[in-house]
Design a protein around this ligand. Sequence first.
Ligand code: ADP
Length: 410
Amino acid sequence: MSATRVLVLNSGSSSLKYQLLDMRDRTRLAMGLVERIGERTGRLKHTPLTGDGTSRETTGPMADHEAALKAVAQELASDGLGLDSPELAAIGHRVVHGGKLFTRPTLIDDSVLAEIRRLIPVAPLHNPANLTGILTARALRPDLPQVAVFDTAFHTTMPEEAARYAIDVRTADEHRIRRYGFHGTSHAFVSRATARLLGKDPSEVNVIVLHLGNGASASAVRQGRCVDTSMGLTPLEGLVMGTRSGDLDPAVIFHLVRVGGMSTDEIDTLLNKKSGLVGLCGDNDMREIRRRVDEGDEQARLAFDIYIHRLKKYIGAYYAVLGRVDAVAFTAGVGENAAPVREAAVAGLEGLGLAVDGELNAVRSDEPRLISPGHARVAVAVVPTDEELEIATQTYALVDGSADRSEGLT
Ligand code: ADP
């Protein structure tokens, strides 16, 4: 029997998320999360999906990613899904920053590792952790193909007028300052799934994808190719997020330095961790914010309104970028679950052919679905994202030979 399993690894600085999938029928065999790697007590939550799906939790010191992955391998082995199995075809790694060069999933070798390392200055929080995950997995199974799937890859089709900031070209080029975009795996998956929902090929439709999780980004996808996205050099640009400000006048930063006496690191923390919804009202969970809004809390109401205002501006902007829009798709934690966000984001846009049907919008489901009324010119859809399945699919296509084997370095 040929190898059909793919292990997907998403390594953060102190965490490791994983899923094991069987690509014969695209089913999940196991999933889990290791947290607090490097701290005194780490925690591993492992969920085998072949039996009754009961999770197992273990706590104990988890010195580094190697210890974490070994603990994961042990859990998988005790379910008969060990990483030494000949059925394991490859390991697919989520890599946040692939810069301009990695335009597709890429088989990892030393030169690819060097390039991911070279990109650390533009992704100081993410790429080092992703690299550690890759090196650890390579040490454990040196014989196995390891594939990097980049968050930025889907956005490399953006034209220069969307990808460049209007700053001095030489300075920009010297420091590789441009708009890279993130959440690309999700935008790719959701834009394709939206086309399927409409009964069309991705090459036939223009879609605005709104990925609204704790991090949030919008993208404009023309005939299957991304032409604009709201995150930029880093994930800070664009929409109002759980803890990030999104767009702001860059002069706010000079002001905070000159008048507020703040350091670069303090401002970085302020804008990435203490802004957005949490900065505006103290909560970043949309469920809690909606509960407070329903109770008449003015601060939560204002935070919600600012969030929606920004979202609506991006829908309008991407409508203009695309010229013709076939669908607007909501995805990720907020987009998939928060009906009031979807309703408010589209309210008043009937002139653009956009509307939401109250009853359809209230339906809760894990399936892709339309929430616009039958007569609407533009489909509004809820399309659950599945980044792990997308990473596994891209990884397997590469090692199975059904995709172009060439590395993304173009
Ligand atoms: P990320 O992957 O960026 O951490 P997710 O896509 O999992 O985030 O989204 C997490 C967010 O989704 C939570 O912070 C919360 O605001 C929102 N969310 C999850 N469930 C619901 C719900 N039922 N109603 C409203 N918001 C929800």
